[in-house]
Design a binder for this molecule. Structure first.
Ligand SMILES: [Zn+2]
Ligand SMILES: [Zn+2]
Length: 472
């Protein structure tokens, strides 16, 4: 029986890249760009023809010069700037920024009528977003309740017109070198989180959780990043596929399907679930993905030190667990079907590593011969294939999902040929990607030479085992 299995799902890299873009957005350059400032101030620079006052190349409006000049501070207070923004643009930025309320009360002392001249109570620089920092932090931790994490990548999305307006006012009236809004708000949120009991490190790569806040609606999106386990599995059953395989009748929708008794699965067990389910439960995760170094057919066992794989555990609420316990749980769950010797934590990059590896493999195969001749002749005929390079046209059984082409594969060695009545058994080491069943029965001449052509009689495969995968 040569059933073929569904292709692996493609890793969703695009989605992640998008996240990275958003999440890194809060870390934009803190230093203002002088080119931008020049462009901003061109409309303003006509009227003054005295000695030019050099402030990073921009000319000065003497009614409202940039902070920290008292007139500049008075001007931004009149615009309605909040204490948080007053602190970050009021300068001077020698050591620590002075508090906004201190800057404000000094300004009120200089001009007792100033407080009556404030135009509005919505800050034009942040639309009072700094007042929401505690609220944002609460929402973030609410979204993450029950989730174990120690590193976080944090991003905030701000409306473009707010960012532009803030930039315009800040570069015109703000103290030189003032922090832009986005960086400042992210910093304020980081600081609030740091004050909590919980220890969180802010990182830009490989965070446990990614958090994205919408500055307009205060909506919080949380992405709990997957964890990855590397191991090698032995498949001891000839009845299970490597990955979960949706029911053909209902295509995995499962509801009321008689064909699969509502499981949604064509096969109740798979290597993926026998290994993945106990791990998923232990880590309180949502789902798993399985990435194997190739795969064997359902009816093929995989023995020796096993086939390398990476198990991706999605949205785990726990990220730490004793590996020896996980191994025990997997082996208990896999009873006589699947087993692993060890598991280790790994990074996502290990998936490519495993997927791209082209290791030689050894197989043991048993087949029935139509008209069997003398044992010595059979052994000699089969042995003549050892060391040869064979040509394989895409097998009929996979032709609907594989490109039609001829592959050349080397048969490294053939050993241990045994002949018993009508049956022959041998061990074969060959290059990665060799179709071994086809090598034996020739696939109607599409594999050349083959065991069938070498011994000159019809060959029918009885069973096949992967004996060893010669990976590092
Ligand atoms: Zn503000
Ligand atoms: Zn079904």
């Amino acid at each position: 029986m040569a059933l073929d299995e569904p292709e692996d799902r493609v890793v969703e890299i695009d989605e992640e890249d998008e996240w990275q873009l958003y999440a890194s957005a809060g870390y934009a350059a803190i230093e203002p760009s002088f080119e931008e400032e020049e462009a901003e101030s061109k409309e303003e620079e006509v009227w003054f023809d005295g000695d030019d006052f050099d402030l990073g190349g921009k000319s000065v409006n003497w009614d409202a010069p940039p902070c920290p000049a008292p007139l500049g501070i008075a001007h931004v207070i009149k615009l309605g700037v909040c204490d948080h923004c007053l602190s970050r643009i009021g300068g001077p930025r020698i050591s620590e920024s002075p508090s906004g309320s201190a800057i404000r009360s000094q300004a009120y002392e200089r001009d007792i009528e100033l407080s009556t001249k404030v135009l509005q109570d919505i800050c034009p620089l942040c639309e009072n977003l700094f007042e929401d920092v505690d609220n944002i932090v609460d929402r973030v931790f609410e979204s993450l309740s029950g989730v174990e994490f120690s590193t976080m990548q944090f991003g905030i999305h701000l409306p473009k017109d707010l960012v532009q307006e803030e930039d315009r006012i800040r570069t015109k009236y703000g103290a030189p070198g003032s922090n832009p809004l986005k960086g400042s708000i992210v910093e304020a949120i980081h600081n609030n989180i740091r004050k909590l009991e919980r220890k969180v490190d802010f990182v830009k790569e490989r965070p446990d959780v990614m958090v994205l806040v919408d500055g307009l609606t205060l909506r919080v999106d949380v992405d709990v990043r997957p964890v990855f386990l590397y191991g090698r599995y032995r498949k001891l059953s000839r009845e299970i596929p490597q990955t979960r395989w949706p029911c053909r009748a209902c295509r995995g929708r499962s509801e009321g399907c008689e064909s699969c008794n509502g499981s949604g699965l064509q096969y109740v067990d798979s290597v993926q679930d026998l290994i993945g389910e106990p791990v998923k439960q232990a880590l309180d995760a949502d789902d798993t993905s399985f990435h194997g170094m190739g795969r064997e057919d359902i009816d093929v066992r995989c023995l020796g030190s096993g086939r390398p794989f990476v198990l991706e555990i999605k949205r785990p609420r726990k990220r730490a667990y004793p590996l020896s316990d996980l191994v025990k749980m997997v082996n208990q769950n896999g009873t006589s079907k699947v087993e692993v010797d060890t598991l280790e934590w790994c990074n996502k990059s290990k998936i490519n590593n495993v997927k791209q590896s082209r290791s030689e493999k050894s197989y043991t195969i048993r087949f029935r011969v139509g008209e069997i001749g003398k044992e010595a002749d059979i052994i000699e005929a089969i042995q003549s294939l050892s060391g040869q390079t064979i040509e394989q046209e895409t097998p009929k059984r996979v032709s609907h999902r594989r490109a039609a082409k001829i592959r050349k594969r080397k048969l490294v060695s053939i050993e241990n040929i045994q002949v018993e009545d009508q049956e022959v058994q041998l061990t074969l080491r060959c290059e990665a990607g060799t179709y071994v069943k086809e090598l034996v029965h020739s696939d109607d001449g599409r594999t050349n030479p083959s065991v069938q052509s070498a011994i000159g009689s019809n060959c029918e495969v009885i069973w096949l085992d992967v004996e060893e995968i010669h990976a590092e």
